[in-house]
Design a protein around this ligand. Structure first.
Ligand code: ASP
Length: 603
């Protein structure tokens, strides 16, 4: 049944056969996509990586081949030799690249048969994610998955030529290494040769790319796998890909310019889309104040409105106590949507899921308001509130009164939820936005110390360095917090349609400043040496001023393809629980393997 490939060589991809080939003989290799027997004529849709072409087998002209074609089944691997002809008028399929032609079959070779696949190779059948991932080799035959991966391939190529043209050098950094400072948990790999010792998989090439700057490779880039052992939140992957770069003798403007130019080029070449440049910039503080998040989706309005001043003296206990505790009262004004009681209940349970106690709301009506809480407001508060929110009849205002962080989180999420639920988002628009002026560090209540917002190698603004030195001198924690919180980082995040697609910073390049930062972060000398000694050492030997950036490639590709999940643009992704369904990794290893790496496991 199975035949040899001997003397049979492909002349073209199925998906590439076109009118230009009319009259020519072609040899195609592929998978039987669909087969239709019309009695006397069999149509085979033959599929390969580039697409599908229609093959016609006629009993009248070729009875033997016809008989063979009748035995083919979906997903068998075959070779077809035949002549290309224009499809008869009325049977063309303009939706297919090959839709104007067909191949009149003269020979079929069966290279292999196939079991019946667990799901058909089409876009229509609903298949559970688990099954798709378990049979990823079949899932990847679907045209959407094929196109995602081919798109991703083109994106790599454009990226590589872009950086090469700009004078960047591609250098690989180690995968078996030491902990890197991105703040997530490391994946660790035991060492056989060094009992009790472990490698860490890199969370990013951060330290190595900085060292490359010290070595004088003043423009580096890499398309690189990174690993972070995080609790699996929605749509994260434990291993993911970054487009990573670093430059010497530059400030933030040059680093940001490269990111803009690359994105501009990718959009132009891959989607034919012109991004609005230069990208807008927004400060971290303003992003939080207006959108409740540091990655704003500006494709719709519904901004957060501060009402703290309106309610400063209010009798309404809920608002008042939030304000007295140093919190804020903010609101969203939803316009143009008529909400039912059930909608409001659903929105209430949505914010409760985010930890809010409830959802205070108010509907503006002709000549008044209707709201369970309006009776607590004074006349003045009511009119000020309507003025500040610009509310008109029909609008519904949602309130949140709590600590600043909680209000941002609750209203920021509610804003997005409303945007999606009521279709307020301009889906056709591409909105790229820089978020800048991040604070360098934030006080972490749980740990009782400052933590870097990016990583500890991010440089403070030059004009703020003095404040850091002062902060170190004071013993008064409140004063120290005030000073440190006012220090801005030379960091920048890039946000596209409300998703963070990259981030970077200008780095600290002097040992002295690095030491000050470590002191403020409460990282002792021993710990610093232990963790990042190799970088600190390098900084002592002529480190140039430098900075860089990294794009999250998977997220970028998913966004460009209009997909919600990065799993759809990764050939072999893990499930939400971090499992590779195809190989069933992570898996047990043999007792011998464990002994070799000097590990005893419980249970
Ligand atoms: N290493 C950083 C990250 O992975 C990016 C950078 O600062 O260049 O987020």
């Amino acid at each position: 049944m199975v035949e040899s490939l001997k003397d049979f060589r492909r002349s073209k991809y199925c998906g590439e056969v076109s009118l230009k080939d009319t009259g020519e003989e072609v040899s195609l290799c592929g998978w039987v996509h669909r087969i239709r027997d019309h009695g006397g004529v069999i149509f085979i849709d033959l599929r390969d990586r580039e697409g599908v072409v229609q093959v016609v087998v006629e009993e009248r002209t070729n009875p033997d081949v016809y008989e063979k074609a009748g035995r083919l089944k979906p997903e068998w691997v075959v070779g077809v030799r035949g002549r290309v002809r224009r499809r008869p008028e009325g049977t063309e399929n303009p939706k297919l690249r090959t839709g104007y032609v067909e191949v009149v079959c003269e020979e079929i070779r069966v290279f292999n048969t196939s079991e019946t696949p667990p799901f058909p190779v089409d876009e229509e059948t609903h298949v559970s994610e688990e099954t798709k991932l378990r049979y990823r080799f079949i899932d990847l035959r679907r045209s959407s998955m094929r196109e995602n991966l081919l798109f991703r391939h083109r994106l790599y190529q454009i990226t590589r030529s872009f950086f090469t043209e700009k004078g960047f050098v591609e250098i690989e950094t180690p995968v078996l290494t030491k902990s890197t400072p991105e703040g997530a948990r490391d994946f660790i790999v035991p060492s056989r040769l060094h009992p009790s010792k472990f490698y860490a998989l890199p969370q990013s090439p951060q330290l190595f790319k900085q060292i490359l700057m010290v070595s004088g490779f003043d423009r580096y880039f890499q398309i690189v796998k990174c690993f972070r052992d995080e609790d699996l939140r929605a749509d994260r992957q434990p291993e993911f890909t970054q487009i990573d770069y670093e430059m010497s003798f530059v400030g933030e403007e040059e680093v940001m310019e490269i990111a803009e130019e690359l994105l501009d080029r990718l959009f132009r070449e891959l989607l034919g889309v012109e991004l609005k440049r230069p990208f807008d910039r927004i400060s971290y503080r303003e992003a939080l104040e207006r959108y409740g998040t540091d990655k704003p989706d500006r494709r719709f309005g519904l901004e957060l409105i501060d009402l703290s001043e309106v309610f400063r003296e209010t009798e309404f206990r809920v608002f008042r106590s939030a304000l007295e505790k140093g919190g804020v009262v903010k609101a969203l004004n939803l316009r143009g949507v008529s909400l039912s009681r059930k909608d409001i209940e659903e929105l209430t349970s949505y914010v409760q899921g985010l930890g809010a106690k409830g959802l205070a709301w108010l509907r503006v009506e002709e000549g008044g308001v209707s709201s369970p809480i309006a009776k607590f407001f004074s006349e003045k508060e009511r009119s000020l509130l309507l003025r500040k929110t610009g509310a008109r009849s029909g609008d519904v205002i949602f309130f949140s009164a709590d600590s600043r962080e909680n209000v941002y989180r609750i209203l920021g999420n509610l804003r997005l939820h409303l945007g999606r639920r009521f279709n307020l988002i301009e889906r056709e628009r591409w909105d790229a936005l820089w978020v800048v002026d991040f604070p360098l560090m934030e006080w972490d209540e749980e740990e009782g110390r400052f933590l870097s917002l990016h990583h500890p190698f991010t440089s403070p603004r030059e004009e703020d360095v003095e404040i850091l030195r002062e902060a170190l001198k004071t013993e008064d924690l409140a004063e120290r917090k005030r000073l440190v919180h006012s220090v801005r980082a030379r960091a920048y995040d890039l946000v596209l349609n409300g998703e963070e697609i990259g981030g970077g910073s200008i780095r600290i390049h002097t040992t002295e400043l690095q030491e000050t930062i470590f002191k403020l972060l409460d990282i002792g000398e021993v710990e610093a040496q232990e963790k990042f000694g190799f970088l600190l050492n390098a900084l002592r030997f002529g480190a140039p001023p430098h900075g860089g950036f990294a794009f999250g490639l998977d997220r970028l590709v998913a966004l460009m393809r209009g997909l919600d999940s990065i799993r759809d643009v990764i050939a072999f992704p893990k499930t939400q629980k971090g499992i590779c369904m195809l190989t069933s990794a992570p898996d047990y290893v043999t007792p011998k393997q464990l002994r070799e790496v000097h590990i005893k496991v419980d249970g």
